[in-house]
Design a protein around this ligand. Sequence first.
Ligand code: HEM
Length: 525
Amino acid sequence: MLYTKPLSAAILGCVLHVLVFVRGEYHTHTPKMLRGYVVFIFAVFLIEREYSTSTSYAWNAILSTASHLLGLFGSITMYRICFHPLRAFPGPRSLKVSKLFHVSRVLNGQNHVFLEKIRREYGSFVRTGPSEVTVYDPAIFHAISGPGTTCIKSAWYDMLHPLVAINSIREKDGYASRRRMWDQSFKVIALKRDGPTILTYANKLLKHIETTLGEPIIINEWLSRFSYAVMSDLAFARPYGSLDDEQLDRNVAMIHRGTEVLGVVSPAPWLAQLLFSIPGVTYRWNRMLKWASDNMKERIHISSWLIEAAQSNDGLVDTNGLYGDALAVAIAGSHSTAATLTFLLYELSRNAGTQHKLRLELSKIAQPLDVDALTDLPNLNACIDETLRLYPILLTAGARQTKETGITISGRYIPPWTTIIAPRYSIGRLEACFERASEFIPERWTEKPEMVKNSRAHNPFSIGRHTCPGRYLGLTEVRIVVALLLSRFEVTLAPAKRNETEVVDGMKDNFTVHPGQLKLIFRPL
Ligand code: HEM
């Protein structure tokens, strides 16, 4: 009799797991569930106090609650280790039990380093979560994103909940019409506005660099200002007079800091939802979300392609969608280009021969800069490809999820409802796919094709329906900036031992890559 209540509470825990929690997704409900549990525990306490004949009612309440949680988590742990369909996959035992252990391993924001270590230890198919497999096989990209895939985006993409950006639509349904609006918008700007706007800001960047000749300059900061300004002008119709603008600087820093939390919480989307809901805990993230909404509320009557696209739905604006897209374009549209430029300039600064080769190629382009002609320069394109191979924008992000049928990759069956991680950082550096894989050798994309053993391992813009709509815009920005800088300056690393590796050692995996600090010196040719 003494143990009837704790035993019933423990059984209730098991039953809840088996009948409820093991089925379906609950990550967006985590804050509500936690609140529900607090109310439930409080209610047990009150009931015990009211009706218990024993004087130790508080102890009874604690015992029942503890038993319930023990039953619940005991059942979860047992199921995940012994009965889960992924039980045969190798991987660290702690990660099989809970993604909290994964979070604890990436508090430094370097999930790409952690996942690479795991690959070396466990091989190409590793269980990295209770229902998650990380696959280091070049066939993965086609299998999870290519045409005809049955996979959808994983729970991670609910990160902006309740906002719904273009990239957070997980299922096929409802995506195509929204994507058409985006593609239409990119077509318009690509034709009319891209080139001149990018050139305007690239010249502002050039002007700033001219004031620092021979002196070390933290290039990340200026490239971020440049790419943010281009994105802001094109997407939000909010131009900037100069790259020195204080508001511009504040916005760049806000997005940078706002996304830092993703480097830690990304492995556990439910934890992210919980932390986002606690006032003050992730204030930088919440401030960024608020900024995106406020920014769009203010701009709603202004003509810009992002707003026009949202309004094209019979003049109606779905505000959650519009605010979500504002954030998506602010992050995807600025971080990606700035990071690619940073890493490309880093590699060029260490390689005078490649700089020389590019200068020769660029000298054949008509002046003032013929933006269209830049598209077809093989060496420039090879340098960009090689940069994106070694430093992909999504180092480990871009998770997908199998549906009811599961999928087979290189003969290995992945069961239904499994989250699949395909870390571009590791796959792009596989010696089985690229000769001298860790070295920057742009020639592998031109005169030495034998150095690319498996081109499917190179997937910088993704494929299939979620392929990057901003690819042309991003590449145009990169090409214009490199062309302008290299035709005027010689680029070298600032002399300091730490500066030689900091950009790579300090690289963070915050959904998009955040390069470490890079100091460069520009000298006139
Ligand atoms: C070098 C530059 C760029 C690279 C390497 C790049 C790479 C990528 C990749 C890998 C994805 C797939 C993401 C996923 O699976 O979740 C993606 C998606 C996306 N990119 Fe880019 N991107 C670049 C530039 C841009 C620019 C300049 C913009 C916009 C102004 C942009 C907007 C987007 C959007 C909105 C998506 C989501 C598409 C969807 O899910 O339907 N990107 N990009």
